[in-house]
Write a protein that binds this ligand. Structure first.
Ligand code: NDP
Length: 445
């Protein structure tokens, strides 16, 4: 990178030591925006880059709760209110043992640009805890959520900061979090959280939105070549919310997903993943993918293995960050993958992205391809604010329009920056410019 940008990056490293995921996300954005950042004098004069990589507020707190044996447990909670230029902070909560300040900051940083790309008035934030819901009873999860909200409630609100789900935070956790917020605040403020159940302020279509939006985005990419997902085979990682509904949409559009995975290993199902069975095992029984393979005739469970060397046309990483490295992409290329679209946030390492680009594979970064979830969360906020509940087909039609807009914005912006067809440059630049221009208009804050 240019010396001026290196200096800003060096300062960020000094200020954020031992935060590898955050450093990686900042570097990726800076490298892809180098020509833009150097050409815009107004951005330099206003120290936009320096300001945008510094969160507006970082909250870390103790979460003490009691397990079923009355043993006191202690976890750490986080909420990073990264950037409120375009609207209230918006971004999910992640409950997973791998959660650190670095992980939440990288997610919050990505969220700023993703939310800007959706065209809705939402700023960027993220939160979570190193609490692990796996193996906990419902009561334990409830007590943890209540203790977590005890502190978080001081910092959120429908016009301030609106959390939602992410890894380890689904409908059950959002319910417990909302119930506790309502008790503390003594008011029914529906717009304070999104991803709520449909019976009390949730939006139809929110559960499906990230996965559906991902496949819609991939379909738009293929349409540029006069092609579509119909008839294509896909490898999918993960088996949670994003993976499940990406597979469902792919099947609705005539494609076939042949894999799922979790932290225990992966499943190859040549007959195509049975989505109803997957939902039963994961959403109802809270089980593992090994259980899916055990009851599906031709499916094979591969303990500890990834899915990336399974031959297919499309790859949809939908589990977690840095789950795809350069060798994985080489294997994908060798086995015929023509398109990689990130359902998870930052699933490809920088080396993996480089191999994908050099191999001329179509590559969609998560901040564009998985933006359907947060976009539909914003639709949920709109419904809450107007006391309406829209039918499922209305929400899905809006989602389709939003994903089409994001897709064309990426392509147009990439073209303008002399990087035709580069979705990463297009997504980073379009999101960045929207926030940066508004920051200049709002003065030095
Ligand atoms: P879920 O908790 O529903 O599912 C996560 C899946 O990924 C599980 O199968 C889980 O397996 C697997 N996984 C998580 N961490 C690891 C790990 N360290 N190693 C291997 N497997 C792992 O989460 P979501 O589906 O909601 O989220 C998946 C990704 O999509 C995340 O990157 C998230 O940030 C991103 N995303 C989610 C959105 C949403 O609306 N939910 C919106 C936009 C992005 P296991 O159970 O074994 O941990």
């Amino acid at each position: 990178m240019d010396a001026r940008l290196e200096a800003v990056y060096e300062e960020a490293l000094k200020r954020n030591p031992t935060q590898p995921e955050f450093q990686q996300a900042v570097r990726e954005v800076m490298e892809s925006l180098e020509p833009l950042l150097l050409s815009r004098r107004d951005y330099q004069d206003s120290a936009i880059l320096e300001r945008i990589i510094e969160p507006e507020r970082q909250i870390m707190f103790r979460v003490a709760w009691q397990d079923d044996d009355n043993k006191v447990r202690v976890n750490r909670g986080y909420r990073i209110q990264f950037n409120s230029t375009l609207g209230p902070y918006k971004g999910g909560l992640r409950f997973h043992p791998s959660v650190t300040l670095s992980v939440i900051k990288f997610l919050g940083f990505e969220q700023i640009f993703k939310n800007a790309l959706t065209g809705q008035g939402i700023g960027g934030g993220k939160g979570g805890s190193d609490f692990d819901p796996h193996g906990k009873s419902d009561d334990e999860v409830m007590r943890f959520c209540q203790a977590f909200m005890m502190e978080l409630s001081r910092h959120i609100g429908a016009d301030v900061d609106v959390p939602a789900g992410d890894i380890g935070v689904g409908a059950r956790e959002i319910g417990y979090l909302f119930g506790q917020y309502k008790r503390i605040a003594n008011r029914n403020e529906a717009g304070v959280l999104t991803g709520k159940a449909v019976g009390w302020g949730g939006s139809l279509g929110r559960t499906e939105a990230t996965g559906y939006g991902l496949v819609m985005f991939a379909n738009n990419m293929l349409a540029e070549r006069g092609d579509s997902v119909e008839g294509k085979t896909a490898i999918v990682s993960g088996s949670g919310n994003v993976a499940t509904y990406a597979i469902e949409k792919l099947h609705q559009l005539g494609g076939k997903a042949v894999s799922i995975s979790d932290s225990g290993g992966s499943v190859y199902d040549p007959d195509g993943i049975d989505v109803d069975l997957l939902k039963l095992i994961k959403e109802v029984r809270r089980g593992r993918v090994a259980e899916y393979a055990a009851v599906r005739p031709n499916a094979e469970f591969r303990a500890g293995q990834k899915v990336w060397e399974i031959p297919a046309d499309l790859a949809l990483p939908c589990a977690t960050q840095n789950e795809v490295d350069a060798n994985d992409v080489r294997a994908m290329h060798h086995h015929g993958i023509e398109l990689v679209a990130e359902g998870a946030n930052m699933p490809l390492t920088p080396g993996a992205i480089e191999v994908a680009e050099n191999s001329k594979m179509l590559f969609a970064p998560g901040k564009a391809a998985n933006a359907g979830g947060v976009a539909t969360s914003a639709l949920e906020m709109q419904q809450n604010a107007s006391l309406q509940a829209w039918p499922a087909d209305v929400v899905e039609e809006k989602l389709e329009g939003i994903m089409e807009d994001i897709h064309s914005t990426c392509l147009t912006t990439a073209e303008e920056l002399d990087a035709p067809g580069n979705y990463m440059v297009g997504a980073n630049a379009a999101g960045f410019m929207k926030v940066a221009d508004a920051m200049i208009q709002q003065g030095v804050v």
